[in-house]
Ligand binder design. Structure first.
Ligand code: G3D
Ligand code: MG
Length: 210
């Protein structure tokens, strides 16, 4: 009886300290997913961002990789859990685990491949269906901008798409942004993840979970 009471008191104390922690002292775990057709550059972007010193686990049964790394966002320590499809972009049986609980997503298309842009909506639909959290921050990435001369998707049409999404989710406290990247040259790759990280913090603040 006494032990039970003591444990309860300890737990209460722990919870109180947790509440008193400032954002700088708390530890954040951000699960995010890279979405988009095969060959748009998801894995390359992830590798480019992570550089050296990360661990990737391949989950063979679900056809996905996930990597864990620590990087600061807005001066706050964040443990990122970055999910990436392992070459099986149609993976009907595993999407639950892939999407469930994500705090944000990078929706990637290839600017030299129009169809990969048109398919973004399907990826988004999937995410919303299986995420279990409702709309979450989204960064749209037009990748392979180093191949500008082969461009098939204009910035105007992407901006239009983004504006429509913003209207669609105007009642939600989520940010949606568009960036053009190159996993080859590294252009905007850090920015893409950092922008998503900041957007996730804003989302958590709006939900009172910061
Ligand atoms: P995926 O994970 O979305 O399937 P990958 O895509 O990262 O495997 O990339 C598919 C191919 O596109 C790879 O070429 C990769 O090198 C290339 N790629 C990825 N990002 C860029 C980019 O920004 N610019 C250019 N020029 N190529 C890119 P290979 O030949 O290895 O299949
Ligand atoms: Mg890949």
């Amino acid at each position: 009886m006494f032990l039970f009471k003591k444990r309860k008191e300890e737990k209460k104390k722990q919870e109180q300290t947790k509440q008193k922690q400032t954002p700088e002292e708390k530890e954040y775990l951000f699960k995010i997913s890279l979405l988009g057709d095969g060959a748009v550059g998801k894995t390359s972007l992830r590798r480019r961002y992570m550089g050296q010193g990360f661990t990737t686990q391949h989950l063979m049964t679900i056809g996905a990789d996930f990597a864990i790394l620590e990087k600061e966002v807005d001066g706050i320590k964040v443990t990122w859990q970055i999910w990436d499809l392992a070459g099986q972009e149609s993976f009907k049986n595993v999407r639950n685990m892939y999407y469930r609980g994500c705090f944000g997503a990078l929706l990637v298309f290839d600017i030299t491949n129009k169809q990969s842009f048109l398919n973004l909506d399907n990826w988004l639909k999937e995410l919303l269906k299986h995420n279990g959290r409702g709309p979450i921050p989204l960064i749209i990435l037009g990748n392979k901008v180093d191949l500008e001369e082969q461009r098939q998707v204009s910035q105007e049409e992407v901006n239009q798409y983004v504006e429509n999404l913003k209207k669609r989710f105007s009642k939600e406290s989520i940010e949606i942004k568009y960036l053009e990247t190159s996993a080859k040259t590294g252009l905007n790759v850090e920015e893409a993840f950092e922008t998503l990280g900041s957007a996730i913090f804003s989302y958590l603040k709006a939900k009172g979970r910061f």
